[in-house]
Design a protein around this ligand. Structure first.
Ligand code: EPU
Length: 417
């Protein structure tokens, strides 16, 4: 297992390029299961989760090749219909193969993901929607088996906003007979990216990006050929990296249009943004002002940026309030931040972050992807050395983060534990 050793206190200066979005790539990879042929995805990040998804597609009979940031998937005659526990337990997004498999082949057997570090994360809404589309569901032995002759369009009201739930159902409904309406749908940009890719392949999806998505089912789709959108969470993380080190980073390919809530909070804290043709220049010269953050579904403040903003607020000039409304256990980074000297009190789903503290390096442990990003940011600002173990969490979602940070002047090295 690798760990990162970061010596903090150096302002980051230079240019960082944002990679393709993990959370757009994973559903797009599952969408290749909807039709035979050679699918091409461009701007695909080299991440552990992408490699795990490639393994899953391979167990389902697809031929997957990644060359640089180009991924090709040949999903011609699919063999398997089963997503095994071994893969699903390492990556919950595997559940995204359920909708496409049952829509195209009439059968899918997918391990139930179970809980994870940040919350229980059930998939009841995915299942409710599939049932409405005419699937017969059988849950036994830790697996859900979905069968259907041909899915039928349905009017589905989701009880809560779910990103992968919306994506799963949108993919399934694309091949259903007749029209479907998804109400209370997730409005995340990754849902829109998926809809755009599917529509270019012949799907008829309207309203992606709004809370009501209408999908007119078609008999078949062509192979996908799509450029993955840039990763808004990676971009946001580098914005905080620039600000927390009081540096100046030019962030190329940052999708500012998808980061309104994050940029708004960072500006409120005193961070400066200057869009240029080469990327947005993000800089900060002084300690941040405290802010109040409440996470919410898009276009609200993303839960995937909550931990990173908390690291930043540890150094603010006052007390900040951070409320997590999406996941019930997404403060795992707090105990580790405290080891670096942070003063954070948790009451239920709310954290009170008392700023104006100096952070100092210590050994810490990453618990999930965004908690790891939070610890990297805190370490970049801390005095002395921070050893972050379990870096594999970070490698799931940040392409070559150590190299990107080093190129901007950070002192980061990767060591074997
Ligand atoms: N939920 C249910 N039932 C369901 C589905 C969701 O109760 O059937 C609950 C969840 O437990 C959670 C809330 O609804 O409390 C929202 O979960 P959602 O389904 O939207 O999350 P997700 O689709 O599993 C995606 C991202 C996450 C991101 C969330 C929220 C992917 C592959 N994952 O997860 O990304 O945090 O949306 O924006 O798109 C990450 O990248 O670090 C990450 C965890």
């Amino acid at each position: 297992m690798d760990k990162l050793v970061i010596t903090g206190g150096r302002p980051l200066v230079g240019r960082v390029k944002v990679s393709g979005a993990k959370n757009a790539t994973l559903p797009l990879m599952c969408a290749t299961l909807l039709s035979p042929g050679r699918h091409r995805l461009h701007n695909v990040p080299d991440l552990r989760d992408v490699r795990t998804m490639a393994r899953l597609l391979a167990t389902l009979g697809a031929k997957v090749e990644q060359k640089g940031d180009e991924l090709s998937v040949d999903s011609a005659p699919s063999r398997g219909m089963e997503a095994p526990y071994e893969l699903v337990k390492t990556m919950r997004a595997s559940v995204l193969c359920l909708g496409p498999l049952v829509a195209r082949h009439g059968r899918a057997r997918v391990s139930l993901p179970g809980g994870c570090a940040i919350g229980a994360r059930p998939i009841d809404q995915h299942l409710k929607g599939l049932e409405a589309l005419g699937c017969k569901l059988d849950i036994s032995g830790g697996y859900v088996e979905a069968t259907a002759k041909r899915l039928k369009g349905a009017d589905i009201s989701l009880d809560l906003v779910t990103v992968t739930g919306t994506e799963n159902l949108m993919m399934a409904a694309s091949l259903a007979k007749g029209a479907s309406v998804l109400r209370n749908a997730a409005r995340e940009p990754e849902v829109v990216d998926l809809a755009n890719a599917l529509n270019a392949a012949g799907a008829r999806i309207e309203g992606a990006g709004t809370a009501t998505i209408t999908i007119h089912g078609v008999d078949g789709l062509a192979a996908l050929d799509h450029r993955v959108m840039p990763d808004r969470i990676e971009a946001g993380t580098y914005m905080v990296a620039a600000a927390i080190t009081r540096g100046e980073l030019t962030i190329a390919d940052a999708p500012l249009e998808h980061l309104t809530a994050v940029v708004g909070k960072l500006k409120e804290a005193g961070v400066r943004f200057q869009p240029t043709p080469k990327g947005v220049i993000v800089s900060s010269r002084r300690a941040p002002k405290p802010v109040t953050i409440i996470t919410g579904p898009y276009p609200g403040f993303p839960t995937d940026m909550q931990a990173q903003l908390m690291a930043f607020m540890c150094l603010s000039t006052g007390s900040s309030v951070i409320q997590e409304t999406i996941f019930e256990n997404r403060f795992m980074h707090v105990a580790e931040l405290r080891r670096l000297g942070a003063d954070v009190e948790i009451t239920g789903s709310t954290a009170l972050v008392k700023g104006a503290r100096k952070l100092s390096g210590a050994p810490v442990m990453a618990t999930d992807l965004r908690a790891s990003a939070c610890l990297v940011l805190a370490a970049l600002a801390a005095h002395g050395e921070t050893h972050i173990s379990r870096v594999y969490h970070l490698d799931r979602g940040y392409e070559r983060i150590d190299q990107k940070l080093t190129a901007a002047g950070a002192q980061v090295r990767r060591e074997k534990e």
